[in-house]
Design a protein around this ligand. Structure first.
Ligand code: ADP
Length: 275
């Protein structure tokens, strides 16, 4: 009996031909924007959710993919308790605030820690990018896990990421990791749209500005690496409160100072990709 030829994977084929594997866009989406941070707790998920809502406010069709497998935040921040529907082949995203959402947190008990090894993370990412019925999206916003691990690698090597935004706070300890993050994206050939300085200052009742975590560190790092500085987002207790009730600030109060910052950023991102 003739032996069946083994299937060559795209990566193997590419290796043999000396070319890099072709990166595909996520089906059903036009542009993929990764929101990344080098450290946890700097406001990456807050940024991802509010940018998604602000892009919706400027007329884009938006999806939000929570790729933070070990610490999914989107279910809580968007107040989603339902499970995605499935036809046995593909999952439908859960739609909330007119945004198509997917998160590992929709499929697992949120109090159970994910103790997965790298290959399982890779396989979950593939499910989210290949087996979800994303529909007619202008942008899909990916909330990456912090750091420079398996998820970033899988995405950057397999998916056409059109731009990455790195969120940081201005402390030295966060900035050290930001530098690593910049180098990772540069190495993987992912275009960095710019750096955001979140929780950069606080305006007290005396109307004075307090630079609680230091000053201008993110802007300096952007300059050092020849990247764009996309601006500062101040500390505002409303940001935390609104996320805790499942209604991010852009949804809760689109006229707030912070929402306006997000709106300007969204217009900026939209104008880079859509005419
Ligand atoms: P990460 O995704 O980087 O781990 P989160 O988005 O979960 O960080 O934010 C960490 C905490 O900081 C949350 O409690 C969030 O509400 C709060 N937070 C984020 N940005 C701001 C801000 N600009 N002002 C006040 N609180 C913020």
């Amino acid at each position: 009996m003739p032996k069946e030829k083994p299937e060559l994977s795209d990566a193997m084929r590419a290796k043999m031909s000396g070319k890099l594997p072709k990166k595909n866009p996520i089906k059903g989406t036009k542009f993929t924007i990764a929101i990344s941070s080098a450290k946890g707790g700097v406001g990456k998920s807050t940024f991802a959710t509010n940018l998604a809502l602000a892009l919706r406010n400027v007329g884009c069709k938006v999806g939000l993919l929570d790729a933070d497998i070990y610490g999914p935040s989107i279910p809580k921040m968007f107040g989603i308790n339902e499970k995605p529907k499935s036809d046995g082949q593909k999952l439908d995203p859960v739609i909330k605030y007119d945004i198509q959402c997917m998160s590992i947190g929709f499929l697992t008990d949120q109090q159970t820690p994910m103790i997965w090894r790298g290959p399982m993370v890779t396989s979950a990412i593939r499910t989210f990018t290949q087996k979800v019925n994303w529909k007619d999206l202008d942008f899909i916003i990916i909330d990456m896990p912090p750091g420079t691990g398996d998820t970033q690698l899988t995405f950057s090597q397999e998916i056409k990421i059109d731009g990455a935004i790195i969120v940081s706070t201005p402390q030295e300890v966060a900035l050290l990791d930001v530098k690593r993050g910049i180098k990772m994206f540069d190495k993987l050939g992912v275009k960095i749209l710019g750096l955001i300085d979140n929780m950069s200052y606080f305006i007290g009742d005396d109307n004075k500005r307090y630079n609680i975590f230091g000053e201008s560190g993110v802007e300096k790092t952007a300059k050092e690496f020849d990247k764009k500085f996309l601006g500062e987002i101040p500390i505002d207790p409303e940001v935390g409160k609104s996320a805790d009730i499942g209604k991010p600030i852009v949804e809760e109060n689109s006229n707030s100072k912070i929402s306006k910052i997000y709106l300007d950023l969204a217009k900026n991102v939209k104008s880079l990709y859509l005419v």
